[in-house]
Design a protein around this ligand. Sequence first.
Ligand code: UDX
Ligand code: ADP
Length: 480
Amino acid sequence: MTKKQIKNICCIGAGYVGGPTMAVMAQKCPHIKVNVVDMNEQRIADWNDSDLNKLPIYEPGLAEVVDEARGRNLFFSTSIEKAIDEAEVIFISVNTPTKTYGVGKGMAADLKYIELCARQIASVAKDDKIIVEKSTLPVRTAEAIKTILDSTGKGVQFDILSSPEFLAEGTAIQDLTRPDRFLIGGEQSQSGEEAVQALVDVYSNWVPRENIVTTRVWSSELSKLTANAFLAQRVSSINAISALCEKTGADVDEVANAIGKDSRIGAKFLKSSIGFGGSCFQKDILNLVYLCRHFNLPEVAYYWEQVIKMNDYQKHRFAKMIIDSLFNTVSGKKIAFLGWAFKKDTNDSRESAAIYVADELLQDRAEIHVYDPKVTAEHIYADLEYLQEHRVGQYVEQGEKMSMEEIRNLVTVHSSAYEAMKAAHAIAILTEWDEFKTYNWQQVYNDMLKPAFVFDGRNIAPKEEMNEIGFEVYSVGRGK
Ligand code: UDX
Ligand code: ADP
């Protein structure tokens, strides 16, 4: 078997997956040139900014890795064709959002960006290339990519690998540096096996061989969807129990701790919350459901769909708890939102529960004052605008479309948490940022309208201390 020695890698897509993944790869493989390309000029300019605070993605430890490798063997640019031409391996890390139009609307993955990449590669490539799918994709996308690439008729050999990314935002650098596993799916042909080996050799620069799992292409693609479906299912399961805890007087954190001690269940991913967000869970489960329907497996589709329904219900339940507790109306009331990101330690707010909770309160004309340490005002308004445009989701569909003018009148974004909470009727904790645990709650209480309500969607507030101060504290799975 001829051994392919990789010296030049290109990654199309400089987002939450491509950016950190390639930064770590460049750091760990100084002998490989890594070109990260994107069609978004601003994004590339931000990646190249000499001020590391301006990187487009906030991720603990990322700035240090970029600082070490950038300009040495890590390069960010918009010269997509040049980078494709030079590379032996091309990673595709472009976004694959859920379709908002046409066939499969609200369910199937939109593959237009992937297709565009495949066409670009096909038009530029003059020599053999290994193409690696990094984005989360529905099963059998590799096949579609291969069909596009092979139809160019230039006699160039393309090997398509699936190597899904398992990093979680907020812990990306840790997840990439010491992964539980890296997965590579390849075709069972001689050239497919060589391509797999070439990628194994790249990853082996820092990942122990036993942590690199190789499979056939479809198993790899399906493993990614399955991993996310299982993880999301754990969150929906504990959130289902949180509703019961609130009715019965049990404490969901105590229940989670007790069941987590069972080594068959395990302690991770049992934190009850306002519901999961992020760019993967919902999208991947919807893909799984779509796939099951396509293959005429309605029972299987229905089973996984419940994970999403439970999640929608959890967000709705939280919004309803706020409205009910504030004497059945929030109209004209000031509600401070602590956090907008879908979890702590990231500036990403895609599918964040905060967006949906905000929407339900805005339907009742609440005045929302948001503070998040990393999400910009521009992103917050863009999230709300996107929701107004599409309004998909069980509870969202029941509401009315609002104009951006109305939203801008009702939603204010602050750069100080204390400003956001001043003279508020209630505080809602949406993200578990560490700094929310360190506020001077006595001062906050003094500055609020009374009764001063706190709705803790993450169970991080010091409930006893707050009760003593005089707050009315409600939390998910623990009640009042
Ligand atoms: C997820 C997968 O973990 C990762 O492997 C995959 O590559 C991408 O999708 P990510 O979406 O970045 O990663 O974050 P994750 O930590 O999984 O959290 C997802 C959501 O679930 C967040 O909104 C988080 O707050 C919520 N969550 C997580 C809970 O509510 N409770 C938990 O116990 C864990
Ligand atoms: P993810 O979380 O999957 O990384 P992001 O939206 O953060 O998703 O990043 C995807 C990136 O891919 C975006 O910066 C987008 O501009 C880029 N992109 C999408 N399609 C193409 C393309 N055909 N060529 C180059 N870049 C692309």
